[in-house]
Design a protein around this ligand. Structure first.
Ligand code: FAD
Length: 444
């Protein structure tokens, strides 16, 4: 794709599990991929975040990876996928075959830098390695995940550390830490996975966590429990409180391998250190642990920078979403966030969001048609009542499509009217906040 200003109806940003699942349902609902909807992915390859996961991660060692919808048509399933090769390669291969089979024509690399309002449309700007390109669209479905937004909490002395800071996203293999003094930060299963891998590799290992580790006795992380964890975050965000992490709402599964690590004293977390010094970390009680590396398994934030021009954020920092749609702008959808941030959640969201997007698209087209008809009819001049005297009045938008000019009072262009998909209630709101990378379950 090299031409400027391509027109389409739907732009899907992100070609991971969520973006592909949405694409599958958009196609089933009759939209032509590459024409009526366009998928933009930063790439460089297939697999979404999975292509960047560390070498040692195997399909069987992670949580269940759910098949994409319609994957059975290709005769492949993660149920019987290769468990010897790195999960990153297996997932990338399956997704590639899936994209080819359904002809999604995902544009890669396509790094989206902004989504803006241009009249009644949205203008998506992305860089394809050659320069900036633009797509004009009616609807945007954001499926950008969190991998590109690693989060490291601030502690006094953070910048003074003379060793290496390594976030989960930068961890590739245990050998990189051979003979080093390592501090691992985080109370989730990624941190635990790293500790188990590094046990006989690093010179010393220290595990610290902000909170006591809550082990689940049934050995299974309940993905659905994430829903209530996200609701907890929502409440905190709306009350202006510090956000609790996802793992504090779900706990850590006590697998046989983890239990064995606990019993031999490897998996014993110290309380969080209070400051960082050039050569290590200092605890509240004055004790000091030397470190060459601090591994931060401290989670992610949603990747939403490119949506900043739309001003969707609340003052508390989150975006309020109802039924997968931004509360402040019914043309912006979110796939794969909050409780949807697992492969099964992303699949479910795909169907719901594709339906909502197509319903919204029909409504927008209907409104555009009505508008065109209205423009052909005689013009009535509307005088705004006193209380609306300051509000911008537009005669070219009629949100309810009934020709009533009073509906044409619209906010300024950068403050879109809150709107919901047709027939969908707005009560079920949730702020989108992701705070922990607690998904990887070490081998049991
Ligand atoms: P991603 O897979 O992250 O895909 C997002 C895509 O959007 C990427 O391709 C990215 O390049 C692209 N993108 C981002 N920003 C832009 C932009 N500005 N412009 C263009 N493209 C962009 N879930 C499970 O169900 N099972 C597991 O075992 C599991 N293990 C996990 C392990 C870890 C360490 C982590 C962090 C998460 C794990 N998850 C797991 C949750 C995981 O996030 C989902 O399974 C899945 O990867 C989410 O899919 P997604 O499409 O939402 O996001």
């Amino acid at each position: 794709m090299t031409t400027d200003d391509i027109d389409t109806s739907v732009v899907v940003i992100g070609g991971g599990q969520a973006g592909l699942s949405v694409s599958y349902y958009l196609k089933r609902l009759g939209l032509d991929p590459g024409n009526e909807f366009v998928v933009l992915d930063r790439g460089p390859g297939t697999g979404g975040a999975w292509q960047f996961r560390w070498e040692a991660l195997r399909i069987g060692s992670a949580h269940r990876i759910n098949d994409l919808p319609g994957m059975d048509e290709l005769g492949i399933s993660f149920e019987n996928a290769d468990r010897q090769s790195p999960a990153k390669d297996v997932v990338a291969d399956y997704y590639q075959r899936y994209e080819d089979h359904y002809g999604f024509q995902v544009v890669r690399p396509a790094s989206v830098s902004s989504v803006e309002n241009v009249g009644a449309n949205l203008r998506v700007t992305f860089n394809d390695g050659q320069g900036d390109q633009h797509v004009t669209t009616d609807i945007v479905i954001n499926a950008t995940g969190t991998w590109g937004s690693p989060f490291i909490p601030w502690y006094p002395g953070l910048k003074s550390f003379e060793g290496r800071h390594v976030h989960t996203t930068e961890y590739t293999r245990a050998e990189d830490f051979a003979g080093q003094k390592v501090v691992v930060v985080g109370g989730g299963t990624s941190a635990i996975g790293f500790l188990l891998e590094l046990e006989n590799v690093a010179e010393s290992l220290t595990w610290v966590s902000r909170r006591p580790i809550e082990f689940l006795e049934d050995g299974e992380l309940n993905l659905e429990a994430r829903v209530s964890a996200v609701q907890m975050q929502d409440e905190a965000a709306r009350a202006g409180r510090a956000l609790p992490s996802i793992v504090s709402g779900t706990g850590v599964p006590r697998t046989r391998r983890i239990q064995a690590g606990v019993e031999r004293g490897l998996l014993a977390a110290r309380p969080m250190f209070s400051s960082i010094e050039p050569a290590g970390v200092r605890f509240e009680n004055g004790s000091f642990v030397e470190a060459d590396v601090i591994i931060w398994s401290t989670g992610f934030r949603p990747e939403l920078r490119h949506l900043a021009p739309l001003k969707l954020r609340e003052k508390e920092g989150g975006i309020v979403v109802a039924n997968g749609t931004a509360w402040k702008d019914g043309r912006i959808f979110f796939a794969g966030y909050g409780p949807q941030a697992s492969t099964i959640g992303a699949n479910r969201a795909g169907r719901t969001i594709a339906r909502q997007a197509v319903a919204t698209l029909s409504r927008l087209k209907r409104e555009a048609r009505d508008l065109a008809e209205a423009e052909a009819a005689p013009v009535f001049v509307y005088h705004a009542p006193e209380e609306h005297a300051e509000a911008p009045v537009s005669t070219d938008l009629d949100y309810f499509g009934d020709g009533d000019a009073r509906d044409s009072v619209v906010p300024a262009a950068d403050e879109p009217t809150p709107d919901a998909p047709v027939g969908e209630p707005l009560e079920a709101t949730q702020a989108i906040v992701i705070d922990d990378d607690d998904w990887m379950r070490p081998q049991s």
